[in-house]
Write a protein that binds this ligand. Structure first.
Ligand SMILES: [Zn+2]
Ligand SMILES: [Zn+2]
Length: 428
């Protein structure tokens, strides 16, 4: 995910305490227990050998070998380095997809771990460190563990499980395509269409906690570019030209009235941020033009569309009121990560059983996730798994060079993915 502000304490808005029931049947739990040492090994190995988006060659090889060893049908090189495994159960039934992302980030690890990353590489022409600073190493290890457990139960499994290991969630390198969108473009769901897709993200909430919510969960993330065209003149004679700096200033303020004055703020939050303004050279010249860039975040498709229209209208009409003009370009990023309400209500019982009193409702997250592309195709549910250590000094947001995942969360992750697949297949 691409995080905005990550306040882990604010994520917890409710605590549902339930009676402890076994998360999984005894036999399944014993498969989970026996795969956990391998899960830890995989996670540490991926952590020590992180690879950037669309470059997950070693990572993909390890995953593909494992899925093949379980007797799955495995497709590799999907959307560059993606790996898809199909586990056909012994009984007829629906199809459920489970997804993990594979890429690391251009971040130099600062955590003191025996398996800390020392990897360096080139990224957009710069030498960088590489680190699993978003915790995708955990996602892969958890899903490989769940694959082992579910493969053990193949004979009695009522349906099919699709394992999606996806490259480049953080975005492809400049000039390349990648990620969930490209996997779908390449026909991921064409032959076998899942009835539901599940994914998780490790998050700096207490280790072992599971958080989920219905509907919009993570934001859509679009960027915009506004070019205000004025007319250059002497700084001492503004009437002789058109000042694009004053117009740009009015536009910045006008844009803020979209969330605060134009959209119903009781229904859904939204964010308009201008991140850069560039124009002008010196104190006594009013420049010809000003360029602004920024980001837009929303939690539903309708608000997203409304904001696009209003940003354009606001910028153009404010410019026009001054005799200037504005060109507006909106570049679509990831859609809203939307949890299908019916599916989420149904599967929350499963997550609650797994996490017990550590089950909670997630707050809205203004970061974005390309899991949204799968959930736009078929009903989806994306949830958060806490990995924060007890020691508050070790708790940092995703993408920090100090990001640290407490491994005590890993069995909860394997249980959750396994139980979701089993309950979904058996409940249909
Ligand atoms: Zn991330
Ligand atoms: Zn991530």
């Amino acid at each position: 995910m691409k995080p905005a502000l990550l306040l882990f304490s604010s994520l917890l808005i409710s605590q549902n305490v339930i009676a402890q029931a076994p998360a999984l049947p005894v036999e399944v739990q014993s498969h989970v227990d026996s795969v956990m040492p391998q899960v830890i090994d995989w996670r540490r190995d991926f952590h020590e050998h992180p690879e950037l988006g669309n470059r997950e060659f070693r990572t993909a090889g390890i995953i593909a070998d494992h899925l093949r060893s379980l007797g799955m049908d495995v497709t590799t090189d999907v959307a560059h380095t993606g790996v898809v495994g199909i586990l056909q159960g012994g009984r007829p039934g629906p199809v459920v997809a489970l997804r993990a992302d594979m890429d690391a980030l251009p971040v130099e690890e600062q955590v003191d771990l025996p398996f800390a990353s020392q990897v360096r590489t080139q990224y957009n022409g710069q030498e960088v460190g590489v680190m699993h600073a978003c915790g995708h190493d955990n996602h892969m290890a958890i899903l490989m563990g769940a694959a082992s457990v579910l493969a053990e139960m193949r004979e009695t499994l009522p349906g099919t499980v699709m394992f999606i290991f996806q490259p480049a969630e953080e975005g492809a390198p400049a000039g390349e395509e990648g990620g969930a969108e490209l996997m779908i473009e390449e026909g991921l769901f064409d032959d076998i269409r899942p009835d539901a897709v599940f994914g998780l993200h490790v998050w700096p909430i207490p280790a072992g906690q599971i958080a989920v919510r219905e509907g919009g969960t993570m934001a859509s993330s679009d960027s915009f570019n506004i070019r205000v065209q004025g007319q250059q003149t002497h700084g001492a004679a503004p009437w002789a030209g058109i000042d694009p700096i004053v117009v740009a200033s009015q536009i910045v303020l006008g844009l803020q009235t979209i969330p605060s004055r134009q959209l119903d703020s009781t229904l859904t939050p939204s964010i308009v941020t201008v991140g850069a303004i560039n124009g002008g050279l010196r104190s006594n010249i009013i420049p010809d033009s000003v360029e602004m860039i920024g980001t837009l975040r929303t939690f539903d498709a309708d608000t997203r569309q409304q904001i696009h229209e209003r940003v354009e209208r606001t910028a153009k009409q404010i410019a026009s009121s001054a005799g200037a003009s504005a060109e507006v370009d909106i570049n679509l990023g990831y859609p809203v990560t939307y949890n299908d309400p019916e599916l989420t209500r149904k599967m929350s019982d499963t997550l609650q059983r797994v996490a017990g009193e550590n089950f909670t409702e997630a707050n809205l997250i203004t970061g974005a996730e390309d899991f949204s592309y799968y959930a736009n195709e078929v009903p989806g549910m994306f949830f958060f798994l806490g990995i924060a250590a007890d020691d508050p000094e070790m708790v940092y947001p995703n993408h920090s060079p100090y990001f640290y995942a407490d491994e005590s969360a890993l069995p909860v992750g394997v249980q959750a993915m396994t139980a979701l697949a089993l309950d979904f297949l058996e409940g249909n």
